[in-house]
Design a protein around this ligand. Structure first.
Ligand SMILES: CCCCCCCC/C=C\C/C=C/C(=O)SCCNC(=O)CCNC(=O)[C@H](O)C(C)(C)COP(=O)(O)OP(=O)(O)OC[C@H]1O[C@@H](n2cnc3c(N)ncnc32)[C@H](O)[C@@H]1OP(=O)(O)O
Ligand SMILES: Cc1cc2nc3c(=O)[nH]c(=O)nc-3n(C[C@H](O)[C@H](O)[C@H](O)COP(=O)(O)OP(=O)(O)OC[C@H]3O[C@@H](n4cnc5c(N)ncnc54)[C@H](O)[C@@H]3O)c2cc1C
Length: 666
């Protein structure tokens, strides 16, 4: 029977102080009581699978052992998941995703299978192709990944070099990687796990290039798992994080696949080699849009994990005295600590709220595309790019801030903060590099600005540009609504400045492309300001909407959090607001006080707020962040698992140290 430990007294007191019902907030964050119950049920099943408990902590395993252990556990997880899903229709696939963290400490080598391989078959395959591949993929009779990036090109996908040349005689495509730079590089699970992949390649028919298209390719024998003839595949080696993601490389040499393996929901190649264009060639990029939307939700979760660890630790940790002769204080009582941590909680809420509406917008576009309507696609692309970029970047900063807030112990692997940082920061690069995605949004913003100048009706997310052009800047008030308008004014002002900068360079004789490059620092700033305005506006709206359906005590706390988020970003971007809005120095002084008041208001609820994220100890995997707060005991218990502590004297003493010391004595 597992030993039940006493909960740390500070945490007991913190929980008694809480002014709202923690469970009510958990249900709200999960999307309903039923979803929470389902999540807990699934996590509970996993908790009781003995084979999923690691005897030796993963960090002490070799690269190879770590991978093998991850595959072993992922297979068990998948079986448990299949059994669970056989009994019911799962309410929230994200519940299943989240539970995965309890099993694989780092990233699962199967992640790309469910994350991109299956969605690409759904998003890019015809009904016939779906009928052929989906049942096998869903049952994991075939395991796949998404192989797009190459050694030479990740961002500029029109420049990919892998070729798929159609041979009408045999009705096949011949895949080739002409140069070392054409090798696929990065796909998760590709190294040694998957037997299939979606390969994105340049299509050639009769010597003519038709751009990049997705192909479904079997790369390994299903029985022996050996690479098929014509395939060169392997693992790319250790990285900053993602230790168990099994990222791989892949090259093709005259590798033939049947015509039906080109995913043809959009463009098609007919038997005789006729190319049929799709409604919009950018629909080929559809899986990336979906994943970018999901990254906003991942960022919310990663931020919640880090906040939970750092807030609980800050409640348990005592260090220094505020006043002489008084006991050492809980570090959470230092205002600077609250400044580091409470924004982490609010940021997670901001991203969850944003994901809620962004995901609905994504579903609407998918539904419209089914009816051959694509009016909202450009807006969704622009939103998903800048919100992916901003949420992953902010999450990276917040996770690092939480690590710093834990002092030296935050640097321990057993705090789990280094691993969380590893996968949070990776998201800033993957699925579209940060700057590149901001520039995609900027492209949309420049067009929107032009339309605003022409008096056209704009899409809702940029409609503020029209308002800004029409009205004088409104009188400043320190209310959330007016501050959000202020963020919109900053965005509009920066968009105008970037636009004018491009025009200036063009007038001076530059090509538009060069002018774009010369203005690109301003363009990314405009895009960032637009993201912040969208995040604050959406978060405020969602909070107002939900506040009417929750208890008054919870509504109050949610209101404190959204205000904190908005005031925090006002103070962070005060310089911009002074330039582009009517805010005055005195308003900023008042907001500084307001910010301190908000920290004080949130303080009694800090532990309750992170408890409401309801992240189990198995998922957190942190000595510093566990629910019971046994920080020091856990740190010691984990240290004792070090193989170096298994013997009183390490052999290196006899081999090297002893002779070395002896020599030094002479
Ligand atoms: C324990 C678990 C922990 C969690 C772990 C998670 C693990 C997950 C890990 C990793 C998964 C990672 C996977 C990947 O990274 S897959 C590879 C992703 N690669 C990219 O994202 C590449 C980025 N590049 C691009 O998307 C494009 O090259 C581009 C958009 C930057 C440029 O494309 P290009 O064709 O050159 O277009 P233009 O710039 O010329 O624009 C033309 C036109 O097209 C519009 N447009 C571009 N993209 C889209 C789109 N997706 N949808 C709709 N429209 C699009 C663009 O706006 C332009 O429009 P215009 O201005 O009106 O002309
Ligand atoms: C952990 C991880 C997992 C991944 N998983 C997968 C996967 O499963 N499948 C897959 O296909 N890929 C995967 N990738 C690859 C990933 O999608 C690419 O690394 C990413 O899209 C960035 O491309 P890049 O590496 O070519 O960067 P580059 O484009 O070479 O970026 C280098 C620098 O150049 C700048 N730059 C590039 N183009 C421009 C421009 N037009 N304007 C201004 N600046 C520019 C960038 O801002 C950046 O600072 C993964 C990557 C990582 C790190």
């Amino acid at each position: 029977m597992a030993t039940v430990h006493k909960i740390n007294e500070d945490l007991v007191k913190e929980r008694q102080k809480c002014t709202f019902n923690v469970q009510e907030l958990t249900y709200l964050l999960d999307g309903g009581e039923e979803v929470t119950k389902e999540r807990r049920e699934f996590e509970n099943i996993l908790r009781n699978v003995k084979e999923l408990q690691d005897e030796v902590p993963e960090v002490y395993l070799s690269h190879k052992e770590r991978y093998e252990n991850a595959v072993r556990k992922t297979c068990i997880l998948q079986n448990v998941r299949n059994d669970f899903e056989k009994k019911r229709e799962v309410l929230s696939p994200r519940n299943i995703f989240r539970a995965g963290y309890a099993v694989i400490k780092d990233v699962s080598p199967f992640f790309l299978h469910n994350g991109m391989f299956v969605p690409t078959i759904i998003g890019q395959g015809t009904p016939e192709q779906q009928a052929e591949w989906l049942p096998k993929a869903k049952a994991m009779a075939i395991i796949g990944t998404y192989a797009q990036t190459e050694l030479g090109h990740g961002t500029f996908i029109r420049g990919l070099e892998t070729t798929a040349t159609y041979d009408a005689k045999t009705e096949e495509f011949i895949l080739n990687s002409p140069k070392v730079t054409s090798y696929k590089w990065w796909p998760g699970g590709l190294g040694t796990t998957v037997n299939h992949c979606i390969t994105v390649a340049q299509l050639y028919i009769n010597g003519k290039k038709y751009g990049i298209h997705p192909f479904i390719v079997q790369i390994r024998d299903l029985e022996t798992h050996k690479p098929l003839p014509g395939i060169k595949v392997g693992e790319i080696g250790p990285k900053m994080g993602f230790a168990t993601a099994n990222n791989g490389f892949l090259g093709f040499q005259n590798f033939r696949i049947p015509r039906k393996n080109m995913l043809m929901k959009n463009a098609q190649v007919l038997k005789d080699g006729t190319f049929v264009k799709g409604m919009n060639e950018k629909l080929t990029y559809g899986t990336m849009v979906m994943v970018r939307v999901n990254i906003v939700s991942d960022s919310a979760f990663h931020t919640a994990m880090a906040a939970t660890i750092a807030v609980r630790y800050a409640a348990v940790r005592h260090q220094s005295q505020l006043k002489a002769k008084e006991p050492e204080v809980q570090i959470i009582d230092y205002l600077t600590q609250q400044h580091k941590l409470f924004i982490a909680i609010a940021t997670s809420h901001a991203f969850s709220n944003t994901y809620t509406w962004l995901y609905q917008a994504y579903l609407k576009v998918v539904e419209d595309l089914g009816k051959q309507k694509q009016d909202h696609l450009p807006e969704l692309h622009a939103l998903s790019c800048c919100l992916k970029a901003t949420s992953s970047r902010d999450a990276g900063v917040i996770v690092e801030q939480c690590r710093l807030a834990c002092g030296g112990h935050g640097y321990m692997a057993s705090s789990n903060l280094p691993i969380i940082y590893g996968y949070t920061t990776a998201a800033i690069t993957y699925e579209g590099e940060h700057t590149v995605l901001l520039l995609q949004t900027a492209r949309y913003l420049m067009k929107a600005w032009m339309s605003a100048l022409e008096g056209k009706v704009l899409a809702p997310s940029v409609a503020y540009l029209v308002d800004w052009l029409k009205s004088d800047k409104q009188r400043w008030q320190n209310t959330p609504e007016v501050i959000v308008k202020g963020f919109q004014h900053v965005a509009a002002g920066k968009i105008k400045d970037a636009f004018d900068a491009i025009q200036k360079h063009v007038k001076a004789g530059k090509d538009y492309e060069d002018a774009w490059n010369l203005a690109s620092v301003q363009l990314i700033k405009a895009s960032e300001a637009h993201s912040r305005a969208i995040l604050c506006d959406g978060y405020l709206r969602e909070t107002v909407r939900t506040s009417s359906s929750v208890s008054p005590s919870l509504a109050k706390v949610l209101n404190h959090l959204v205000q904190l988020y908005i005031v925090y970003w006002t103070l962070e971007t005060a310089g911009d607001l002074l330039v582009y809005s009517n805010i005055g120095k005195d308003d900023i002084a008042v907001l500084k006080e307001k910010y301190e008041e908000l920290l004080a208001l949130i303080r009694p609820n800090a532990v309750g707020l992170v408890d409401a994220f309801d992240i189990s100890d198995e998922i957190l995997q942190s000595t510093l962040g566990s629910y019971d707060g046994r920080v020091y005991e856990r740190l010691m218990e984990e240290a004792m698992k070090s193989p170096l502590n298994k013997e009183p004297v390490n052999q290196s003493f006899h081999k090297y140290l002893k002779p070395f010391i002896k020599k030094a004595k002479l």
